[in-house]
Design a protein around this ligand. Structure first.
Ligand code: DQA
Length: 149
């Protein structure tokens, strides 16, 4: 059974709520954090929720989660499309990651269509607004409850 889940957010996601609301919605990252913590709490899962604008922070947090065998819900923001370091952190620490995006990146600019991370993650959830995070949490909890590794 899963005991802890880490939600990691990359650059500019601290601006949610005021950042291009027509694209990313009006909810803040704190709103999403509160909702996910409440949901995880019902399953006795400790949920940590972090954001950084610095690539290396994400690398360190992914390594820590991977080493601890604790799953990660990752919205790497624009680093999704550029970061070999984050890809290597996922692979190198065997982190069990669900990649999430608020927006449907495939329906947006061409440069957002490719994720450097997707090849190393369990799955990708994109396009459901902040509910992409909830769906990722549900996927991990369901997999854990049904004994699927
Ligand atoms: C994003 C999509 C990325 O292309 C973008 O750079 C972000 C947010 C999303 O959640 O839709 O910062 O990851």
């Amino acid at each position: 059974m899963i005991k802890a889940i880490h939600v990691l957010n990359g650059p500019n996601l601290n601006l949610l709520g005021t950042r291009e609301p027509e694209v990313y919605g009006h909810e803040t990252l704190a709103d999403i954090e509160a909702r996910l913590k409440a949901a995880a709490g019902k399953f006795n899962v400790a949920l940590t929720f972090r954001q950084s604008n610095h690539e290396g922070d994400l690398v360190t947090w992914i390594q820590q989660a991977g080493r601890a065998g604790e799953p990660v819900i990752l919205n790497a923001g624009a680093y999704t499309h550029t970061s070999i370091a984050i890809l290597d952190a996922i692979k190198g620490s065997n982190a069990d990651v669900i990649e999430v995006h608020l927006t449907n990146v495939h329906a947006r600019e061409h440069f957002r269509h490719h994720s450097r991370l997707s090849a190393a993650v369990r799955g990708v959830i994109a396009g459901f607004g902040s509910r992409s995070y909830d769906l990722a949490l549900q996927a991990f909890l369901f997999a854990s409850a049904t004994g699927e590794s």
